[in-house]
Design a binder for this molecule. Structure first.
Ligand SMILES: [Ca+2]
Ligand SMILES: [Ca+2]
Length: 215
């Protein structure tokens, strides 16, 4: 085997490794408002009563319940007069889906300066195999549930967990409202976006063509 083919083989090997390793990653795109939730239709739960829409289960280690937006979020609410919080604090809220979703979002609040100077609200995103991504929003610390955290994904998501900071280092009740989620099985995939795996293949082909021209 001459040196040209040895070099080509090395290049092919490395590019294939890169393409394979990157192409398994989920493409999760964070959206900043409900307007960016483009994989509808969505189910919406406004937590105005204890009878929730079907398709999800909310839980926390200390339990969850609907609570007063006036008490927990100084009345700053995206809907009605109540939201969802936990039995004790701090305690992250997990939302699991009966049928996998590819897009989930919610408002969060109780970002009260009483008990924290600043924190980031994180949403951990899981599929059947475990954690596939995390998105975050820096809280504006006005107590209101006036910030949205959400995403669209190219992978089916089985559950999400909302946590303030690490989930245990912010002395506040986690509080959410207007949870929305879709059904990954009946919604179209997002517009095709070149994935790193695809880019790697292009790089490989470009490299081969360049080499052919060079020699
Ligand atoms: Ca509400
Ligand atoms: Ca706020």
């Amino acid at each position: 085997m001459n040196s040209r083919w040895v070099q080509s083989f090395k290049y092919l090997f490395l590019t294939t490794i890169l393409a394979t390793s990157f192409s398994t990653h989920a493409v999760i795109t964070q959206v900043g408002s409900t307007a960016g939730m483009s994989q509808g239709p969505y189910a919406l739960e406004d937590f105005e009563d204890a009878s929730f829409v079907s398709g999800f289960t909310a839980s926390a280690s200390s339990g969850v319940s609907t609570v007063s937006a006036g008490t927990y979020a100084s009345g700053g609410t995206p809907s009605g007069t109540s939201g969802l919080s936990t039995g004790t604090f701090p305690d992250p809220i997990m939302v699991a889906f009966a049928t996998p979703a590819s897009s989930v979002g919610m408002y969060f609040g109780n970002d009260d300066t009483c008990c924290s100077s600043t924190f980031t609200a994180f949403l951990d995103i899981f599929d059947v195999g475990g954690l596939i991504g995390t998105i975050g929003v820096v809280a504006n610390m006005n107590d209101f549930a006036d910030q949205f955290i959400g995403f669209i994904s190219d992978e089916a998501v089985t559950k999400v967990t909302l946590r303030y900071g690490t989930g245990s280092d912010v002395g506040l009740y986690h509080y959410i409202d207007d949870l929305q989620f879709n059904n990954a099985g009946t919604t179209p995939e997002p517009d095709p976006i070149p994935e790193p795996g695809t880019l790697g293949l292009f790089a490989l082909l470009a490299g081969v063509l360049l080499r052919r021209k060079t020699y």
